[in-house]
Design a protein around this ligand. Structure first.
Ligand code: ZN
Length: 89
């Protein structure tokens, strides 16, 4: 398993606003990969692993799977802030 490397060393001082948890599932119908990406302010893997996620495949299959069933689970640092201000809905 590859660890997420944060480049920049001492430059990384500011907390990112969010993290994206990317979960890679396999469709139980057709076997194709189905990616689920969730934004959260938590870097906690277990929090996501223990939750159930709605998976929708292109083949039309949909179902629920816990994060533990994902083939891979990785985290990206993520900032939701856009270059231009966007009013919340
Ligand atoms: Zn499918």
């Amino acid at each position: 398993m590859n660890d997420v490397q944060i480049a920049g060393g001492s430059r990384v001082q500011t907390e990112p606003n969010d993290f994206v948890h990317v979960l890679l599932f396999r469709c139980m119908n057709c076997g194709l990969p189905v990616v689920q990406a969730l934004t959260t302010d938590s870097k906690n893997l277990e929090e996501i692993d223990l939750n159930f996620h709605n998976i929708v495949c292109r083949c039309g299959w949909s179902g629920q799977a816990s994060g533990l069933e994902a083939k891979r689970h990785w985290i990206e640092s993520w900032s939701k802030s856009l270059s231009r201000n966007r009013q919340p809905d």
